[in-house]
Design a protein around this ligand. Structure first.
Ligand code: DGY
Length: 304
């Protein structure tokens, strides 16, 4: 029986399978364990089930001498130093596929909400500011027939493209279209690449300047892909028309972060995979990854 540290209470019942085979400790705080608590949790652990909110760096890995397996409760793995894990012989797994459609749905929801100004319109109803049907009120952008640029054409990017065909959109993807051309031609730009040193601040001031003044940026990938100082400036100056973000850097943004003061901005609390089914299936996959690795088998869903 191995010791496993789980860094948060997670949905679904698959954790019972892990408990049946191993000695499982679950951090039950509403907030993630702080670095000291995380270090204490992994000190004698053989397995770790962690979240995007946990930073698994060299110091943490060196504080976990017995650790053999990490199951990240996410399709991304940018919170984990994969090179150090590899160096130390620690297997790392992720939860792909099961959250693809949920995340693509949310990207499209953000695109539609920003295009049709849903947050402002709903806010006007609630505040009583809406007085009558207005011929020129809440005019937004057409989604049907528009051009969508998809940056990162992996599982989620392709799922967004499938939705776009139902709206008869022209889809450009970075796989076939150079990024600069995609930015210049798109009415909507949706980000779906992983966060790596190469994609950090990929969407910076220069990239935003290439976009159309009517364009909307959607990000359901990772906050670090966008230079948020440049984005705030682009929104204030009207370089682009709007942005709809499920992810930011950091998360959450401080209440006084200048980005939150920018106009035409919608920000959600990183809920791309937050459907009951997707989150329960993420638990199943994370558990399957840990059970395999702790049994000396390859993980079914390895990172990288
Ligand atoms: C992921 O899976 O990487 C998400 O950001 C969390 O669901």
């Amino acid at each position: 029986m191995s010791k496993v540290f789980v860094t948060r209470v997670i949905p679904g019942d698959a954790l019972a399978k892990l408990r049946a085979a191993h000695d499982v400790e679950v951090w039950d705080g509403a907030l993630p364990p702080d670095p000291a608590a995380l270090r204490a949790g992994v000190a004698d652990a053989d397995g770790l089930l962690c979240l995007v909110t946990d930073r698994i760096d060299r110091a943490l890995l060196e504080a976990a001498p017995n650790l053999r397996a990490i199951a990240n409760y996410a399709v991304g793995s940018d919170n984990i130093d994969l090179d150090v894990a590899r160096e130390r012989g620690v297997a790392v797994g992720i939860t792909p596929d099961v959250l693809t459609e949920a995340t693509a749905d949310l990207a499209f929801a953000l695109l539609l909400a920003a295009a049709r100004r849903l947050p402002e319109a709903a806010g006007a109803v609630r505040s009583g500011a809406w007085r009558t049907w207005e011929p020129a009120g809440w005019l937004g952008a057409d989604v049907h027939g528009a051009t969508l640029g998809i940056v990162g054409f992996g599982r989620i990017g392709r799922a967004v493209a499938r939705r776009a065909t139902g709206f008869e959109m022209t889809v450009l993807a970075t796989r076939q279209t150079p990024l600069n051309e995609l930015l210049e031609r798109s009415d909507f730009v949706s980000l779906h690449c992983p966060l790596t040193p190469q994609t950090h601040h990929l969407i910076d001031g220069d990239a935003l300047a290439l976009m159309r003044p009517t364009a909307i940026l959607v990000n359901t990938a990772r906050g670090g892909i966008v230079d948020q100082v440049a984005l705030a400036q682009a929104l204030r100056e009207g370089t682009i028309a709007g942005a709809a973000l499920d992810v930011t850097d950091p998360e959450p943004l401080a209440a006084d972060d200048p980005l939150l003061g920018a106009p035409n901005l919608l920000v959600l609390p990183h809920i791309g995979s937050a459907t009951r089914t997707a989150r329960a299936r993420m638990t199943e996959i994370a558990v399957a990854n840990l059970l395999a690795a702790l049994d000396g088998q390859p993980m079914p869903y390895p990172a990288g």
